[in-house]
Design a protein around this ligand. Structure first.
Ligand SMILES: *Cc1c(COP(=O)(O)O)cnc(C)c1O
Length: 353
């Protein structure tokens, strides 16, 4: 029998969440499936999101896999190309590339193809990661428009505070000012902007985390947004320990019982992708009821409090996150974000659909 841990991936939930994006925005949807579909599996996710008008990711080999699997929609490389050899692949597989820097335009200048490339020109509107500065956009736009290899140009930017009280207004004003100069399609919105700021929708929205059923906001739950969790990480209790006051649990005595307690050992550890820094008290479900983590996370195991759950014993079903326990809640307790937990699921965890 395999170790009892598994990740259940609910493709119906992905479809549901795509509908939520559709209802919120009438733009075309560029489903963001980078990082192996946020840890859910590239092709698995693409299958359930096949109604999206586009897929966005980073790795050119993943883009090629999607094309070879038969997907005909726009496939966007979010960081663009990294060397001249990529350009031939981009043209051969009809991929769409971001252009964010002058060094990429220089590579394009050396590329002999004609009229074969659709590009997304990225503007740095305040995040200072990728993109042309507002002052540099004009020159970049000019050279792309004059370029024999370039077919369609879309203007894109990315928000740094769409999920926070500060919102998008400063960046949006700057982008609108730049975009008013050009008659090109626009794409600005991640999940948070899509859900909260209709003025950002433009021609393409780029939802990521919401498609996987996690809320991008600290003050609004996924359920309130109509989103359903896609990944449920579960395992079972594989040992029971009865503690006396003063007994410690796991490495370094990070938990010490102050009374008689009953604990369960769960077959799940940081080598499965559970966050090692989750503290005592992080919520866990056992047989559907909420209890808490105790002690330090080990490579292969973690411990939970069963003192108040006398009917749960050996073999009891444990949910680490997903159905009944939002991944955002676990992430917040562990001092991280849902994205990191989903992407961090490791290859040794068997996936079930
Ligand atoms: C990852 C990413 C997105 C999706 O962001 P979410 O917060 O997951 O919705 C959108 N656009 C770009 C450029 C990205 O890198």
């Amino acid at each position: 029998m395999p170790r009892p841990i598994q990740a259940l991936i609910d493709q119906n939930a992905l479809e549901n969440n795509l509908h939520v994006a559709r209802r919120a925005a009438s733009s075309r949807i560029m489903a963001v499936i980078k990082a192996d579909g946020y840890g859910h599996g590239l092709l698995r996710v693409a299958e359930a999101l096949a109604a999206a008008e586009g897929f966005a990711l980073l790795d050119i080999q993943d883009a090629v896999r999607l094309r070879e699997a038969g997907y005909r929609q726009t496939i966007l490389l979010l960081e663009g190309f990294f060397d001249a050899a990529d350009l031939a692949l981009i043209a051969a597989y009809e991929l769409t590339t971001v252009i964010h820097s002058n060094w990429q335009i220089a590579l394009l200048d050396a590329y002999p193809g004609r009229g074969t490339l659709d590009v997304w020109l990225k503007v740095n509107s305040g995040m200072h990661r990728l993109g042309f500065s507002p002052e540099g956009v004009n020159a970049a736009m000019k050279s792309l428009r004059a370029h024999a290899a370039v077919r369609e140009i879309t203007l894109m930017s990315h928000f740094s505070h769409a999920d926070e009280p500060r919102g998008v207004s400063l960046q949006l004003a700057l982008i609108n000012e730049i975009a008013s100069e050009y008659r090109v399609a626009r794409s600005l919105a991640n999940s948070a902007a899509l859900l909260r700021y209709p003025a950002t929708h433009g021609d393409w929205v780029r939802p990521g985390v919401m498609l996987y059923g996690a809320s991008p906001f600290a003050d609004t739950s996924a359920q309130q947004l109509g989103l359903k969790p896609v990944m449920t990480l579960s395992s079972r209790i594989i040992a029971i320990q009865n503690l006396q006051a003063g007994d410690e649990v796991g490495y370094a005595g990070v938990f010490r019982a102050d009374r008689t307690m009953r604990i369960g050992v769960v077959a799940c550890g940081y080598a499965d992708g559970y966050p090692r820094h989750a503290p005592n008290g992080t919520p866990v479900l056992v047989d559907g009821r909420k209890t808490q983590l105790l002690g330090r996370i080990s490579m292969d195991m973690l411990c939970v409090d069963l003192t108040a759950l006398p009917d749960s014993g050996m073999g009891a079903q444990v949910t680490l996150w997903g159905q009944g326990l939002p991944v955002e809640t676990v992430a917040a307790a562990a001092g991280t974000i849902s994205y990191e937990l989903m992407c961090g699921l490791t290859a040794r965890v068997p996936v079930r659909l």
